[in-house]
Design a protein around this ligand. Sequence first.
Ligand SMILES: [Ca+2]
Ligand SMILES: [Ca+2]
Ligand SMILES: [Ca+2]
Length: 276
Amino acid sequence: MKIFRVIRWLPILFLISVLVSGCADSMGEKMPDNTADTTGTTFGTEKETEKSSESQSDIISWFTADINDDEKKELLMITKDSSSAVMTLATGERYGTGLKIYSKFAILNDTPVPQGEPDYQFDLTEIKPLDIQAGDINGDGIAEIAVCVYKTAEFHPVPAKRPFFYDLKEGRLEPIWLGSRLSRPFADCILFDVDHDDIEEIISIEFTENGNKVLTVYDWKGFGFEVKAISNEIEGTVNFLNNTNSRADVVLVEIAGESHQLYLEEGEVIKCIKDY
Ligand SMILES: [Ca+2]
Ligand SMILES: [Ca+2]
Ligand SMILES: [Ca+2]
């Protein structure tokens, strides 16, 4: 059953949206140093079962994806320093201090169990990382690392959630797009190939000025993201239901307490259909 319908893009919206502005703007982003040993440590049998010292309570967000095109998944984790207290935004959302990447790990009962030392680790303290995902946003076949951060931006000097994308290159985080904002303030965003072209779109839950929500889909356009489709305004609560730790087959959205599947119709229309 269709519960809300859908808008087609007005041409003017395309004009407005073209610059969901990003990255090359100098936001004073300091590249974190890679402090890890990148010399390709090999793990013997004993070490393969060696659990890392990472405490589960220090893991803020995690995701598994192949980020270096070797056909093996890595474990990406936003963690906080074990010595620091729990840090939360006013919304209650926790944020961390760093990104750790493990090639040796297990997932047990939907819980990541990293093994040994991280292959790479980066200090992200200054950008308050909230959430990590990965996906190929620009179609080059390599998954970008997507970090939702909470910080100010040069042209938007209030703290807000912002989507940052990096490639892991030669042991460093290379910025691909450090978004200063989406079209509106957003509650959450995920990556998903909603139009099945093997390139991930951003799907976000955004706040309208009157306090309602809209779902918005963004496509990469070579230099940044452009709005591809937007839903009608939705009253009440809207949340993604997807497992946030790995790629899903469908986008599930909870609207007013009920589960819906999101998809595009004719490539440009967001529909949400009740999921029975
Ligand atoms: Ca890999
Ligand atoms: Ca890519
Ligand atoms: Ca796509």
